[in-house]
Design a protein around this ligand. Structure first.
Ligand code: UDP
Length: 141
């Protein structure tokens, strides 16, 4: 399987719960490497741009409100099949439907405050990584 990069966000609910390290451990335990990372408090404009694909969805305003409610930890994960592997570790969007042992099953409260984001395809991963990290701040190893 190809070595891929994906964007992961630890959302405000999980940062507030102080479980950044526990979530990163899941990625490392599954063989993914953190090759870039930082805390950032998104502005409304940034959150709206990042989730622009959902602009017409009924939950868009609540999603933006949530994403600007506190700092988030943004990171680039690299490894074999990183995009699908990350989404498997995350679990379903709705934590009530997430497989036991997934990040959302263990750390998320609801479909809107659901602990993590992960890119869903190579094209979106490239766009989302570039949104937060210039190539000079990414340390492939
Ligand atoms: N979301 C929500 N209500 C919904 C569906 C999605 O609040 O009914 C939020 C949720 O935070 C989700 C994000 O919008 O993580 C993006 O939705 P998507 O369907 O892309 O889910 P994901 O890829 O994050 O699992």
């Amino acid at each position: 399987m190809a070595i891929e990069r994906t964007l992961s966000i630890i959302k405000p609910d999980a940062v507030a719960k102080n479980v950044i390290g526990q979530i990163i451990s899941r990625f490392e335990g599954a063989g993914l490497k953190v090759i870039a990372g930082r805390l950032v408090h998104l502005s409304r404009g940034e959150a709206e741009r990042f989730y622009g694909v959902h602009a017409e969805r009924p939950f868009f305003k609540d999603l933006v409100d949530f994403m600007v409610s506190g700092p988030v930890f943004v990171q680039v994960l690299e490894g074999e099949g990183a995009i699908a592997k990350n989404r498997e570790l995350m679990g379903a969007t709705d934590p009530k439907k997430a497989e036991p042992g997934t990040i959302r099953a263990d750390f998320a409260e609801s479909i809107d405050a659901n602990a993590v984001h992960g890119s869903d395809a190579p094209e979106t991963a490239a766009v989302e990584i570039a949104f937060f990290f210039p190539e000079c701040n990414v340390y492939s190893r």
